[in-house]
Design a protein around this ligand. Structure first.
Ligand code: IVH
Length: 671
């Protein structure tokens, strides 16, 4: 018995000493003892714990190696929603934010701001009961997150027991330091595994492992930046909250600054834009917060974010790389667009290999030659663009890029239409244009043919089963069954989906035909106004111009389009095939004006994206009305597949679900 008591005391003693050493090492960054001494004590403790597992404490350092493998992460409802922050991008916008704050506070009250580094990781909520760590969760959609307690327990700077027995929820940013990220990717490369695009993805990926032992090896860290909920104690300001959580044993970031004027805020923000490269972890901006909680309360929240805080985002990072080549693509309207093929280079957290060059004029304007060193940046932090050429690096071997005189797809002469910068292929039979036109015809805002994506269109075209949109309605079951990856079920589904679109309201067909300048909104206006294709076909330019939303250019384009004999022929064919030619929709003002290609769609993301982190992609989709789910099923409308996509891609192909690659996704986002 005495021995048992002694062992218990020894386990308690070792646990407490080791936790204190770990606190000094990981939280305060002031090691008290050598690694060897720490390891020695840890071995002692582990030995005793193995002999007496029942005496192991819930804050034992042995827990940091990671517990049992989980089957799944449970959902966690946040007690207080985890909101996001509004953004500001330059000095003027910082000043505008300050003005709004001052207005909100009213005369005679001035804010004091706390400016903090915006750590680029993932937000987590940590819940403690009587000082014990009981639950840690991701932000999720802000209301519901995932329970990642087992993984979070492996982060040594997250205390398992606090220095006071309080009930508290704190929020912070879990992240992977730059050095650990580099090491991890070196290791991945050695094992021929795909690397993580940036430390944020690596941190998120590590915390979303079902095996906590993996998370334990990933060297994650955390900074706590706020209190979510606190029972039995009042704090009156953000800085007081920070010092309180520090006192409890949490790690906070020490770089924050009090700013009494907006000038100081601007200076802090701009200062860090330069200094951030020297930090051992990534930051993507500065968070500016009103310090006094009373003032925070007065300012309140919008639906998504607090009015008392905002995030200053650093200007897009510009990076130098080499232009390897220029690739050309022919679009639906025949416009030939050049794309820069670049020496892969990391920009703002992802590896960039391609960038849009828009048109030939841009190439001439910046005097771009193949082999040149160029600066690139991500516009809006998403789409890579070539910004400038650095002629001082030229060695003489660079070559001037010549736009071809002939279309790459059909070899007909390219033309430059007066007043336009773009070079075009005007051959209506050009295969590249036909394919792009078909892809457009079946897309969501047009005829919206389920399960008929880019891949299948190309497949049908290459097998000469379709040449124009009317052919889609003439597809035969037995022809389709002969194609690769086309099982009975997918063929039947596809035919059913095509058949169903015969009843579409006129505007879908109108948009799908791809008349120049006629976007989905204009198509709806035209359909609502003329009600039938017939009436629209016989409308004059004046009739069209009399409609509010229709300008001269579009009126011209519509008239010219319907004057073409091939168009009349196509429309007659469509009528014969039973395609509806009249407007069935609601009045225009009753409809959703902000419809995007993503609205209402259930989308699955898979594989590795180069330009964008998974979370970002999800946020972009959600902001456009789509929803993102984890697994592919018959309810999935679209799969966005990055590189090395595996089983989800296969399943989506089997189910005939529309599939986009990353380039297409970025293109659609840009629209
Ligand atoms: S305060 C109401 N402080 O930025 C939101 N957030 O869009 C209060 N972040 O989801 C957040 N460093 O993940 C705050 N010092 C900091 C931060 C920080 C990083 C992240 C956090 C949040 C996102 C805001």
């Amino acid at each position: 018995m005495a021995a048992f008591e002694e062992v218990k005391q020894e386990i308690d003693r070792l646990t407490e000493i080791l936790n204190d050493y770990a606190y000094h090492y990981y939280v305060l960054d002031e090691p008290k003892v050598s690694d060897a001494e720490y390891d020695h004590l840890l071995r002692e403790l582990t030995k005793l714990e193995e002999q007496h597992p029942e005496l192991m404490r819930d804050d034992s350092p042995s827990i940091r190696v990671g517990g049992e493998i989980l089957e799944q992460f449970n959902k966690v409802q946040h007690n207080l929603p985890m909101l996001s922050l509004s953004n500001v991008f330059d000095e003027q916008e910082i000043r505008d934010f300050d003005r709004r704050v001052r207005q909100g506070l009213g005369e005679g009250e001035s804010p004091v701001y706390i400016c903090e580094l915006k750590i680029d990781g993932l937000a987590v909520n940590l819940k403690y009961e009587q000082g014990r760590f009981v639950q840690g969760a991701t932000r999720g959609d802000g209301t519901t997150g995932e329970d990642i307690t087992s993984n979070l327990k492996t982060i040594p700077s997250i205390p398992l027991r606090l220095k006071e027995e309080v009930d508290i929820e704190v929020r912070g940013e879990a992240f992977m330091p730059k050095r650990s990220f580099e090491k991890l990717n070196e290791e991945k490369e050695k094992n021929e595994e795909p690397p993580f695009a940036n430390p944020r993805n690596a941190a998120a990926g590590s915390l979303r492992q079902l095996n906590p032992k993996i998370a334990a090896k990933r060297n994650l860290d955390i900074f706590i930046y706020s209190i979510g909920q606190l029972n039995g104690r009042e704090v009156t300001s953000h800085h007081e909250a920070l010092s309180y959580v520090e006192k409890l044993g949490f790690k906070t970031n020490k770089e924050y600054k009090y700013c009494e004027t907006v000038e100081e805020v601007v200076e802090y923000c701009e200062g860090w834009a330069d200094k951030r490269a020297d930090l051992p972890y990534e930051i993507d901006g500065i968070v500016i917060k009103v310090d006094a909680l009373k003032q925070q309360e007065k300012l309140g929240f919008t639906a998504k974010s607090p009015r008392w805080a905002t995030a200053y985002k650093f200007p897009a990072e510009e990076v130098v790389t080499t232009l390897i080549d220029i690739e050309l693509n022919v679009g639906r309207t025949g416009v030939v667009t050049p794309t820069a093929i670049l020496e892969p280079v990391p920009v703002a957290g992802t590896i960039v290999k391609r960038a849009s060059l828009h048109n030939e004029d841009l190439i001439r304007e910046i005097d771009l030659k193949i082999g040149d060193k160029v600066t690139i940046k991500k516009a809006g932090d998403i789409i890579p663009k070539v910004v400038n050429v650095l002629p001082e690096y030229r060695k003489g071997g660079e070559t001037t890029f010549q736009m071809p005189e002939e279309c790459l797809a059909c070899e007909s002469d390219l033309v430059r239409i007066e007043g336009e910068v773009a070079l075009r292929c005007v051959n209506p039979k050009c295969p590249a244009q036909i394919v792009e036109g078909l892809i457009h015809f079946v897309s969501r805002n047009a005829m919206n043919i389920d399960g008929l994506g880019e891949r299948v269109i190309i497949q049908l075209f290459e097998h000469e089963l379709i040449e124009d949109v009317a052919d889609l309605y003439k597809l035969k079951r037995e022809e389709l069954l002969k194609l690769e990856r086309m099982g009975e079920k997918s063929v039947d589904n596809l035919l059913k989906a095509i058949e169903a679109t015969k009843d579409n309201s006129l505007e879908k067909l109108l948009f799908g035909l791809g008349i120049r300048y006629v976007g989905s909104k204009a198509a709806r206006t035209l359909a609502e106004h003329f009600e039938t294709m017939d009436k629209l076909q016989s409308a004059t330019k004046e009739d069209l111009e009399n409609i509010n939303e229709i300008g001269t250019k579009m009126a011209d384009a519509v008239v010219t389009y319907f004057e073409q004999p091939e168009v009349t022929e196509l429309l007659n064919e469509l009528i014969d095939l039973g395609i509806n030619m009249s407007y069935k929709g609601p009045k225009i003002d009753e409809t959703e004006q902000n419809d995007t290609i993503f609205s209402g769609k259930t989308i699955v993301l898979t594989g590795t994206m180069e330009q964008m982190a998974r979370g970002e992609a999800k946020a972009e989709i959600e902001a456009r009305g789509g929803s993102v789910t984890g697994s592919v099923s018959s309810k999935t409308d679209l799969l966005i597949a990055g590189e090395k996509a595996g089983s989800k891609l296969k399943k989506a192909q089997d189910l005939n679900i529309e599939i986009w690659d990353e380039a297409r996704f970025l293109e659609e986002l840009e629209k």
